[in-house]
Write a protein that binds this ligand. Structure first.
Ligand code: KG4
Ligand code: ZN
Length: 338
């Protein structure tokens, strides 16, 4: 039996989880409220909040797993990409705790972990994991990638954004509308009562499997500026329709590219991962692909879509099987190694 403690601290969530082999035993996340009034994540404040949260979060994860810390086989942590100060808190804690327990540490890549969460066994999930090779659309606050996953640790990025990430497109659109940070979940919530065909925004014309979202933001900005000149209450009156239309446009761009990737590679196994995979519109669009086409789709449960440590623990377990341990000289990296 392998027990892994996973620690995730790359951005503004302090998270810890425990797995027993590939089965999740506990999954604890502390969100940082401190950033709300700034309209975005403030790195210095994030590091400080991690420092305050990390001990209680890890304690809770071990307690809820109903094991003793002495049963842990290894500690997995996010080495990058992310905010350096935030990553340092998780990494330093992992090293110190592992030294005390005389167990190995295992580094994980945040983006790989988002994908590998599909191999986590959760008591309530019946569907078996994707089979290799599969395509994964990884959509988060910092990344938008189509990844060809040949094996657990054999991944190739075959398409990515040339400017903003999909999560940024949601967050920046929300900011233009005066919605609080993070805007993605807010847009999702208002979109439920809106008409996705109410407004049309220009779609990017990027060849191949790459994405671009910065033009959409500008298109929304100019559209609203013109409408607000005619009616200062336009935004308030049309909030739901605006959110539904923005969401529809972003989801459409994502789905179009993943279908193109499927056509080019002949791969019909399609997974989504990352914070934006929590979006209702994207989840429904993917379910529709399965119902109306020959695709087999994999949608993570909500708690495994946004940042979490369960994905770090399962990645740690898969590396543990290969005895792929990390030296204590490891330092964080800010940019993706994928
Ligand atoms: O993966 P994640 O939790 O953190 C990063 O690694 O970046 O992704 C965060 C992103 C944010 O941009 C947030 O607005 C977006 O995911 N997000 C959503 C939803 N939930 C989170 N976007 C749209 N709809 C949602 N329901
Ligand atoms: Zn993430």
């Amino acid at each position: 039996m392998v027990y892994i403690l996973g620690i995730e601290s790359s951005c503004d969530d302090t998270a810890a989880a425990v797995t027993k082999d590939d089965l999740i035993l506990s999954n604890v996340t502390a969100n940082q409220e401190v950033h709300k009034s700034f309209g975005g994540v403030v790195p210095e404040l994030a590091s400080r909040a991690h420092q305050q949260n990390i001990v209680p979060v890890i304690q809770a994860a071990i307690q809820r797993a109903n094991i003793s810390k002495n049963q842990l086989s290894a500690i997995a942590f996010t080495r990058g990409p992310g905010l350096l100060g935030s990553l340092l808190v998780g990494i330093s804690f992992a090293k110190a705790f592992a030294l005390g327990l005389r167990i190995p540490i295992i580094e994980t890549d945040h983006l790989q972990a988002h994908i590998l969460v599909h191999f986590l066994r959760d008591g309530s999930t019946m569907k078996s994991p994707p089979s290799f090779p599969f395509l994964c659309l990884t959509v988060s606050g910092g990344h938008t990638q189509i990844v060809l996953v040949k094996d657990y640790f054999e991944m190739r990025v075959i398409g990515q954004t040339i400017d903003d990430a999909a999560g940024e497109a949601f967050d920046k659109s929300a900011k233009i509308m005066g919605l609080p940070y993070p805007g993605g979940p807010m847009i999702d919530r208002y979109a439920k009562d809106g008409n996705p065909a109410a407004f049309r925004f220009s779609k990017p014309n990027i060849p191949g499997l790459d994405f671009s979202f910065s033009g959409l933001k500008t298109s929304i900005l100019y559209f609203l500026r013109d409408r607000l000149k005619e009616d200062p209450d336009f935004m308030e009156k049309n909030k739901a329709d605006l959110c539904a239309s923005i969401q529809y446009t972003i989801v459409n761009i994502l789905i179009q590219k993943i279908k193109m990737a499927s056509q080019q590679t002949g791969i019909k196994e399609i997974a989504i991962a990352g914070g934006v995979s929590a979006n209702t519109g994207l989840r429904t669009a993917l379910e529709n692909m399965q119902e109306t086409g020959s695709w087999n789709v994999f949608i993570p449960k909500l708690e495994y879509a946004t940042d979490n440590a369960a994905m770090i623990a399962i990645t740690g377990y898969l590396k543990f099987l290969k005895k792929d341990f990390t030296d204590h000289s490891a330092t964080p990296y800010a940019r993706s190694g994928m």
